[in-house]
Design a protein around this ligand. Structure first.
Ligand SMILES: C[S@@+](CC[C@H](N)C(=O)[O-])C[C@H]1O[C@@H](n2cnc3c(N)ncnc32)[C@H](O)[C@@H]1O
Length: 218
């Protein structure tokens, strides 16, 4: 049986931790200041949705946010706790969160939604735990650049599996290439309105590598 995306990320957690902690290796090192310009000022409580090994949580804490991070991968969560022992990190599935309704005024999901098996379910949970007046900030691989199965039509969701090596570090990415309407539809069904959208330029490439969104409950 094929592995789920969540099982894949658990298996890749060691590679991912080495990958993202190598200074300058991935685009987050370049992007983060511009991404955080889209993120509201610290408020009541911030959820790092699919926190991985915790780099976004640590940056949010550094900017004054009170952060809870969760991830489906126990290996990722252990690494997040080790790097930031005073932080709050837990293992949870994005489609079934162990939080009350209206628990957070900010949810940040950085490069997560193209990796979950159920985008609608994940966005529905993000909206459920978001307070009225709160914000959801997203980064996804831009649908026009995602290295999905190029044989598949753009409008069809297709699996992504890409093995790469950079600076001697191996990493296998596994997730989905969805059209933009798939993400916008998930936000619409969850009652969220897009209030800001950015397509940051990436190096000298002709198309952007990422898409950033900020949305709020209608
Ligand atoms: C590309 S990594 C990004 C991690 C982190 N946001 C960052 O930018 O460093 C994608 C993360 O999504 C997590 N993930 C995938 N499916 C998930 C699910 N259903 N529930 C929670 N986390 C999930 C993976 O375990 C992985 O840590």
């Amino acid at each position: 049986m094929d592995k789920t995306s969540e099982e894949h990320w658990e298996e890749q957690s060691g590679n991912w931790i080495a990958w993202v902690r190598r200074p300058g290796l991935d685009s987050y090192w370049t992007y983060r200041e511009a991404f955080f310009a889209l993120v509201p000022a610290p408020g009541f409580a911030t959820l790092d949705f699919g926190c991985g090994e915790g780099r976004v949580s640590r940056d949010l804490v550094g900017r004054g946010h009170r952060v809870t991070g969760f991830d489906a991968s126990a290996g990722m969560v252990a690494a997040a706790r080790e790097a930031h022992p005073e932080g709050e990190y837990l293992v949870a599935d994005a489609v079934s969160l162990p939080f009350e309704d209206d628990s957070f005024d900010l949810v940040v999901a950085y490069d997560v939604l193209m990796d979950v098996s159920d985008v609608d379910g994940a966005v529905r949970e993000a909206a459920r735990v978001l307070m009225p007046g709160g914000r959801l900030c997203l980064s996804i691989t831009h649908p026009i650049t995602d290295p999905g199965d190029r044989e598949s039509p753009y409008l069809t969701s297709s699996p992504v599996r890409e093995a790469v090596e950079r600076d001697g570090l191996p990493m296998v990415f596994n997730g989905w290439s969805h059209p933009l309407s798939h993400y916008a539809g998930a936000l619409e069904k969850a009652g969220l309105l897009i209030e800001a959208l950015r397509e940051p330029a990436w190096q000298d490439r002709p198309v952007p590598h990422h898409l950033w969104l900020r949305a709020r409950p209608a």
